[in-house]
Design a protein. Structure first.
Length: 265
């Protein structure tokens, strides 16, 4: 089914895969307040849905996203401090909404992936990009900073690489994006991107929905923390709870019965 919005398309299929498509191809899917609000509403809806298991994010036309709409940024210079604060908080909340989704998220990136587009990709769990995709964090060249996207970009590439690319604003390709951790893998062209996206979505559908949700939470709780008593207690409780869960019981039973578990599509 399709919801009828034109700036961001939203589709779901019978397997529980939702596809979110940025749909302003004439301006390389640049962001404005309307796009941000539409994405935020989609993430809010998805967070409450148990029928959706995988979320695929992509861009229509020649690019994934060129970042901020130039007209939007021009108008921001004439806005009040309160208006700018509200707009940037909306962007921050939208990115957190994507980052915190309980479903597995997959960004399929091509063309230009600039500034806020890079932030959007960084907030996804998995990123696959066409080899000739161009990335950049261009904010300093406009006298700005990559502030709202920074938690997700730094988490993806680390502070050392962030210092370089935040400061130089230089462009880099998908091979470099893969090397620094922004992208998980590259493909040769858009046709291959669609094929690889379908393969990864199918792989994600083999995982138990609750286990995927808890695995995402697990990463957030243990990353960059010393393995102290609190971490050990948390991880032990996590796996103990999963063993006792309906999913854990079904998964083990299916393994020993040599059949697919009931969530496998």
């Amino acid at each position: 089914m399709t919801d009828g919005s034109d700036i961001v398309l939203f589709e779901t299929d019978s397997r529980g895969v939702a596809t979110v498509t940025l749909n302003r191809p004439q301006i390389h899917n640049a962001f404005n307040d309307d796009v941000v609000q539409r994405l935020a509403a989609i993430w809010s809806d998805l967070a409450a849905r148990t029928d959706i298991r995988v979320v695929v994010l992509k861009g229509a036309g020649k690019s994934f996203s060129a970042g901020g709409d130039l007209d939007w940024m021009r108008k921001s210079g004439q806005a009040t401090a309160e208006q700018n604060r509200a707009s940037t908080m909306n962007m921050a909340r939208m990115l957190k909404g994507l980052n915190d989704l309980p479903q597995a998220t997959l960004a399929l990136v091509h063309g230009n992936c600039m500034a806020g587009g890079t932030g959007l990709a960084s907030a996804a769990d998995i990123v696959v990009a066409v080899q000739d995709t161009k990335f950049a964090l261009t904010e300093v060249r406009l006298g700005l900073t990559p502030a709202t996207i920074s938690p997700y970009v730094v988490a993806a590439i680390g502070p050392r690489q962030a210092r370089r690319y935040f400061l130089t604003a230089e462009r880099f390709d998908a091979t470099e994006a893969c090397r620094i951790g922004l992208v998980h893998e590259t493909v040769g062209d858009e046709a291959a991107l669609a094929v690889r996206g379908a393969e990864i979505a199918s792989a994600l559908l083999q995982g138990a929905p609750g286990a995927i949700r808890d695995s995402k939470l697990l990463v957030g709780r243990v990353a960059h923390r010393p393995v102290d008593e609190a971490v050990m207690e948390f991880t032990a409780q996590n796996i103990a709870d999963r063993r006792a869960s309906a999913e854990g019981q079904e998964g083990l039973a299916a393994f020993f019965d040599k059949r697919k578990p009931n969530w496998s599509v």
